[in-house]
Design a protein around this ligand. Structure first.
Ligand SMILES: [Zn+2]
Length: 317
């Protein structure tokens, strides 16, 4: 059996936010095509995502927020039947269609199923090819293309349901994971390390003094070598001292130099290098356990190449 899992679900393709929106179903097609053509897909254990239970989602989100999102989805379905619009806007760049609720449950469900499989020792690590993404979703707010915070839910789940004492969340998306920070700041069982373009959307990452956050704001046009230096100097010593029993990755690939939603200069080899460094930490402290969840990445070609590079390292192919 292959030791790296690949979790996804058809429902993740059905969520879409309108013509021309960069967070589109074609992102998953680009990844799938690349894994097929390169042969890397053959090295993966492919599994369908389950549906996250509301009680698991509520490990990271408020009950009223979850109920409100579900209500919005139900009202939208009624409105569409009555001839109303096909989308409901939850923030200026984020909207729901009839499939968003199911896709969001599957996205979180993928992260949870991957966590279960890795904890059970069936897999060493896993990549979740999911949308909607999660790291801008706050405890009580959907925003920035995100509804449920897949990584934060899975991290809390690993602590609460699997009894781990310490888990790390690593976020290399070009945007700051403000939602994850909102949910985990001050929770000393979780160490969150990230870098992000700054100043930039969503303008966070520099306010919290919580000691479990390692936020590294970097200016636009920062390239891979500088990022690697920062990671070596800041992330790695903190991760080594923290000794996480499992590592969750908010794997956004929009810091790639070809991605127009950010202005940073990473390339595929940088993602491979970062993944390798994290694998090294996981090998020493976490029985190799890594669950990586797709976040951003909007240039389809660069996204697909970067995911391939990331997965090649995870799966040793
Ligand atoms: Zn992003």
């Amino acid at each position: 059996m292959n030791k790296t899992g690949y979790f996804t679900h058809g429902d993740c393709w059905k969520h879409e936010m309108g013509a021309g929106h960069p967070e589109c179903p074609e992102r998953l097609d680009a990844i799938e095509d690349r894994l097929l053509i390169s042969g890397v897909g053959d090295a993966l254990e492919r599994r369908d995502a389950g549906i996250a239970s509301l009680s698991d989602i509520e490990l990271a989100h408020g009950r009223m927020f979850v109920a409100a999102l579900r209500g919005l989805s139900d009202v939208l379905k009624e409105d569409i039947l009555a001839g109303g619009p096909t989308h409901t806007q939850v923030d200026p760049d984020t909207s729901m269609n009839v499939s968003t609720w199911d896709a969001a449950l599957r996205a979180a469900g993928a992260a949870l199923a991957a966590t279960d499989a890795v904890m059970a020792g069936e897999l060493e690590n896993a990549f979740c090819a999911i949308r909607p993404p999660g790291h801008h979703a706050c405890r009580d707010k959907a925003m920035g293309f995100c509804f449920f915070n897949n990584v934060a839910i899975a991290a809390k789940y690993a602590l609460e349901r699997h009894g781990l004492k310490r888990v790390a969340i690593v976020d290399f998306d070009v945007h700051h994971g403000n939602g994850t920070e909102d949910i985990v700041a001050g929770d000393q069982r979780i160490l969150m390390v990230s870098f992000f373009q700054h100043p930039f959307y969503p303008m966070g990452g520099t306010f919290s003094n919580a000691s479990n956050l390692v936020n590294l704001p970097v200016p636009a046009y920062t390239k891979g070598p500088a990022v690697r230096e920062l990671i070596e100097a800041s992330w790695i010593p903190r991760l080594e001292a923290f000794r996480p029993e499992m590592i969750f990755i908010s794997a956004g690939f929009d810091a790639h130099r070809d991605d127009d939603l950010g202005q940073m200069g990473l390339v595929e080899q940088d993602y491979a290098w970062i993944t390798d460094r994290l694998k090294d930490v996981a090998r020493r402290h976490a029985s190799k356990r890594i669950v990586s969840c797709l976040e951003g990445g909007y240039n389809l070609s660069a996204l697909a190449r970067s995911v391939e590079a990331h997965i090649r390292v995870l799966a040793d192919v």
